[in-house]
Ligand binder design. Structure first.
Ligand code: CUA
Length: 332
């Protein structure tokens, strides 16, 4: 190959790589990471991106030079020169990708192993996914349950993610934490997260799970350690009433109910419960209780059966009673 061609290859290759590098760097593809695991995943991401950008530059340069310099001239009707391959080239384009793919595997495996390792001192949170809400409970704090995932900063947390046996598959994802994990009925899957800055982000369900999938969101709040301890200390006093049961069990993600400040429209409007009970021909309290425990017993016109999860019969009796009182307007 003549020297001029090599120089052009190098120049075009660098130019193409520079364009790809700008696309990679100046478009915010990923939200700013907020955990140590996310930093490791981003390292792998940029490692692979770097390799891809270099290969793109090389391929783009070879294609451009070949198209421009070696194209057939309009008056050229001859056959091309008889070429039967190039052993040196073939060895290079087999060996180089083999080395790169091996390097990517090793870097990924190291990041995965580090992300899966759980330090002895850690917090455990049980994550329950249901159609269509998240709830989070803290075994260390008497199973304190919240519909907001609150975490102390700089402390490893193990999430034990599951769904009830008669529910469907959901998937836990906080983009700033990068990792995803499915919530599979009857199985407990875990991930480790070590948040490294405070802030509020969205927990997103990232597995199509039914009508309310797009709205199946919760908040994650990463707090300073003292603020987290204060929340844990204050929380038990706030979980007694029917409104707390309503909110913590995600009722407000599907229903409208003014006393709870809820305005969702996936399920029937609970401000109209007295009228519904009359239609169903039942006393209000009995109707409300039955609708929670056996949602398919009476179905509001224009709503499909099985829309409402049939899992609330497992609520502790005191919470169920408080919830019923709250819904019939006799308690907070
Ligand atoms: Cu739950 Cu999508």
């Amino acid at each position: 190959m003549r020297r001029g061609v090599v120089v052009r290859l190098v120049v075009v290759g660098i130019a193409a790589s520079a364009v790809a590098l700008c696309v990679a760097l100046f478009i915010p593809w990923l939200p700013t990471p907020a955990s140590r695991e996310a930093d490791r995943i981003d390292f792998v991401f940029w490692f692979v991106s770097g390799i891809s950008i270099a290969i793109f530059g090389l391929v783009a340069a070879v294609i451009l030079i070949a198209v421009v310099r070696f194209r057939a001239r309009p008056d050229d009707d001859s056959d091309g020169p008889p070429i039967h391959g190039h052993t040196g080239l073939e060895i290079v384009w087999t060996a180089v990708p083999a080395v790169l793919v091996t390097a990517i595997s090793v870097v990924s495996a190291v990041a995965l192993a580090q992300n899966d390792s759980l330090p002895r001192k850690h917090l455990t949170v049980d994550v329950l996914a249901q159609q269509f809400y998240w709830s989070f409970s803290y075994p260390k704090y008497h199973n304190l349950t919240s519909n907001v995932l609150r975490l102390p900063v700089n402390e490893a947390v193990q999430l034990r993610i599951t769904a009830r046996k008669n529910d469907v598959i959901h998937s836990f994802w906080v983009p700033q934490f990068r990792q995803k994990q499915d919530a599979v009925p009857g199985l407990v899957r875990t991930i480790v997260i070590t948040p490294d800055r405070t802030g509020t982000w969205a927990v997103i369900c990232t597995e199509l799970c039914g009508l309310g999938h797009a709205l199946m969101r919760a908040r994650v709040v990463v707090m300073k350690k003292a603020a987290f301890a204060a929340w844990v200390g204050a929380a038990p006093k706030q979980t007694g009433g029917g409104k707390a049961v309503f909110v913590n069990n995600g009722c407000s993600s599907c229903h409208t109910f003014k006393p709870a400040g809820a305005s969702a429209t996936i399920g029937p409007d609970l401000d109209k419960l007295p009228a519904e009970a009359r239609k169903a021909g039942q006393p209000l309290e009995q109707f409300v209780r039955e609708s929670i425990v056996h949602p398919n017993a009476y179905i509001e016109p224009h709503y499909p059966p099985n829309l409402m999860p049939q899992t609330f019969g497992s609520l502790p009796k005191s919470q169920l009673d408080a919830l019923v009182r709250f819904l019939i307007g006799k308690g907070k």
